[in-house]
Design a protein around this ligand. Structure first.
Ligand code: ATP
Ligand code: MG
Length: 422
């Protein structure tokens, strides 16, 4: 019986790894420009960490977590909670008043797999701890928009404010009244949500519910003065940075810890998996997890969705050369010499490979071609006797005779290759 991967768990095959690495390279480059430092976090945490931070009445905690019931531990469904745990555990606030951190890695959620929705997926997670300035909110959105721009992906920014513990309760009561009048028309999930987490009704993706809530009162019309000031500060700052955005007054996030600013980058090219990046402010979270009273804001970008977007955009890069040189050894002695030569070329910084199984020259040329090798060096008894060997340039078909020693071959290939491969 063949064993297959679990549903919703996917291999990233070698032909796709290039695109993933490109994403990660752009991410690291842009984040360094914004003065962020990378942090690497464990995949397994105490279940309580997620239950407390994300909120017990959220989809994630209610039904999506991979929890070992015998051990009270959970495969992280997102990175913010773990990052806060690490921030508090290592007293990172003491080292720097403002910490700008990011992490990249797999997350786990037991949801129905679809295009752009997996059970193991990857996120870039970006967090800034230690500033409550509305400028920081805009700066992070600008960072997000630059990431998309540098990758050549288009996504539009939507923003909203979820208020704070001062203004949200009064709004919540108004919303409950509004929902109460329409409860019969809502889906069963929303009927349940209206009891546990009524703001989430605004976010339901079902058409019926969407129609019902279209006229609902919106939180941004009921913000307290401080939250209203913050929100207009964010909007002014985005305009100052020329970052285009629109206000989506029904955007609520599926995590309880958000206050004030929330935002998403969305695309219309991934069906209902529209959000590529989502984030918001969580000023009370660190304190709630037992840390100091320090504000924070962050976002998470879904890398599978980003990769899907990159693949669907018409950038079709040609096959990149996997190696600089393929050494074709003929006969036992040629192969033996080639074996040591390939090792030497690699130690000398070149990408080199050969056939180890005594295949014919024709078959070896095919292997070289498959690898997109720039050069092929042929070594048989004759070449060993004359101490010279032919090196073929696969791009031009041109052939030169080189002295058969590591230094001559290595130098020649390096001179010819410089500036060719990007
Ligand atoms: P969605 O509404 O699509 O379920 P979410 O609100 O659950 O998203 P977040 O928890 O905010 O998502 O995660 C941030 C980003 O991570 C999302 O915008 C998305 O790009 C990505 N993401 C979330 N869940 C998955 C998943 N199961 N598979 C792939 N990517 C995901
Ligand atoms: Mg979700």
């Amino acid at each position: 019986m063949k064993i297959k991967a679990l549903n919703g768990f996917k291999d990233i095959l070698p032909e796709d790894v290039g695109i993933w690495r490109r994403v990660e390279d752009v991410v690291r480059d842009v984040l360094e420009r914004f003065h962020f430092a990378e942090i690497r976090l464990p995949i397994l945490e105490k279940t309580e960490l997620f239950a407390r931070s994300i909120g017990a009445d959220t989809d994630i905690v209610e039904k999506e977590m991979y929890t070992f019931t015998d051990k009270q531990v959970t495969m992280r469904p997102e990175a913010t909670a773990s990052l806060m745990r690490a921030y508090i555990e290592h007293s990172m606030h003491a080292a720097r008043p403002v910490q700008r951190l990011f992490t990249i890695g797999p997350m786990f959620r037991h949801e129905r797999p679809q295009k752009g929705r997996l059970r193991q997926f990857h996120q870039l997670d970006v967090e800034v701890l230690g500033s409550s300035s509305y400028r920081l909110d805009a700066e992070l959105m600008s960072l997000g928009s630059l990431l998309f721009a540098e990758l050549g992906v288009s996504a539009s920014l939507e923003i909203n404010s979820l208020g704070c513990p001062d203004c949200r309760p009064a709004y919540r009561r108004q919303l409950l009244e509004f929902i109460g009048d329409r409860i019969g028309q809502l889906c069963s999930d929303c009927r349940r949500r209206s009891l546990t987490n009524p703001l989430r009704v605004l976010d339901c993706k079902k058409d019926g519910c969407r129609q019902q809530v279209a006229q609902a009162p919106s939180l941004i019309d009921h913000l307290c003065p401080a939250c209203a000031d913050h929100f207009s500060g964010v909007r002014d700052s985005l305009e100052r940075l020329s970052v285009p955005y629109s206000v989506n007054k029904f955007m609520v996030r599926g995590l309880d810890y958000y206050v004030r600013t929330t935002f998403e980058f969305v695309t219309d090219r991934l069906g209902s998996q529209a959000a590529v990046c989502a984030g918001g402010r969580y000023d009370g979270l660190i304190e709630m997890l037992g840390g100091p009273k320090i504000p924070g804001i962050g976002f998470a970008m879904g890398l599978e969705r980003l990769v899907l977007l990159l693949k669907s955009s018409d950038q079709t890069p040609g096959q990149a050369a996997e190696i600089d040189v393929f050494v074709a050894g003929l006969g036992e002695r040629g192969s033996g010499y080639g074996f040591a030569l390939v090792d030497g070329l690699r130690r000398d910084g070149l990408r080199a490979d050969m056939d180890l199984d005594g295949k014919s020259l024709k078959s070896q040329m095919k292997q070289a071609d498959k690898a997109g090798s720039r050069f092929v060096l042929i070594i048989g008894d004759q070449e060993l006797a004359g101490r010279r060997a032919p090196l073929r340039d696969m791009a031009t078909g041109e052939q030169v005779e080189l002295a058969l020693d590591l230094e001559s071959i290595s130098t020649y290939i390096k001179e010819r290759s410089s500036g060719l491969d990007g």
